[in-house]
Design a protein around this ligand. Sequence first.
Ligand code: ADP
Ligand code: ADP
Length: 227
Amino acid sequence: MITFEGVTKRYGDGTVAVDNLNLQVPTGAITVFVGPSGCGKTTSLRMINRMIDATEGRILLDDQDVRKIDPPTLRRGIGYVIQQSGLFPHRKIVDNVATVPYLLGWDKKKARDRAMELLERVGLDLKMADRYPFQLSGGQQQRVGVARALAADPPVLLMDEPFSAVDPVVRTSLQDELLRLQAELQKTIVFVTHDIDEAIKLGDTVAVFRVGGHLAQVADPSTLLAE
Ligand code: ADP
Ligand code: ADP
């Protein structure tokens, strides 16, 4: 469970990006943050893994204030996927994924086996494993981004508009793969999107943000469909 308790983020220029957010993100389910551009979704997400710190309030990860967890430990438990996959351009696909377990102390062969297993799980054609990121399509790169985020087997996955830059057909298949993967893995996922259809499709719970960094409602997707 991730709990936002009265969380406000004010940037240095005075912008209030998130205003008194109170929200519970349940374990083992997908919670979607949805709303128009600029309403504080990304800021809220990044306060969980402390890329940004809250100005007021606190965020609890299983009852522990994230500010009291040392950052490397915190980040090892939190996979992070962004719109541009963020792959290392000069490393082969398999090495992009294997780097994470390798840095955690696994031997090279084991790390590589783990990487191949994950690439298969996210539905990548394994012929791509020895290529470089620029040789893959945007959709394939996003699959690799998801595999890399899962490499340390973190219980929490933060996904910031991960599928927004790919074409609609590929986006649909990436969404389907995520749901299939989640049925197996049951991670605690926070998924940011501005697309309400995507939110309804993927979310077990949907948190609707509105301009000014306010939370408008937290809803079951079926009730959003009815509106
Ligand atoms: P969203 O993810 O919903 O598009 P963001 O969290 O990115 O929203 O941004 C929320 C608000 O905070 C916006 O008004 C944005 O312009 C502002 N903002 C984001 N990052 C910064 C920053 N580093 N400095 C100042 N303002 C920022
Ligand atoms: P690398 O530098 O090779 O990415 P890290 O030790 O930084 O290796 O990564 C360890 C884990 O932390 C991985 O699961 C990675 O996805 C994740 N990670 C890396 N950077 C961040 C970040 N800024 N926020 C959250 N997780 C991160």
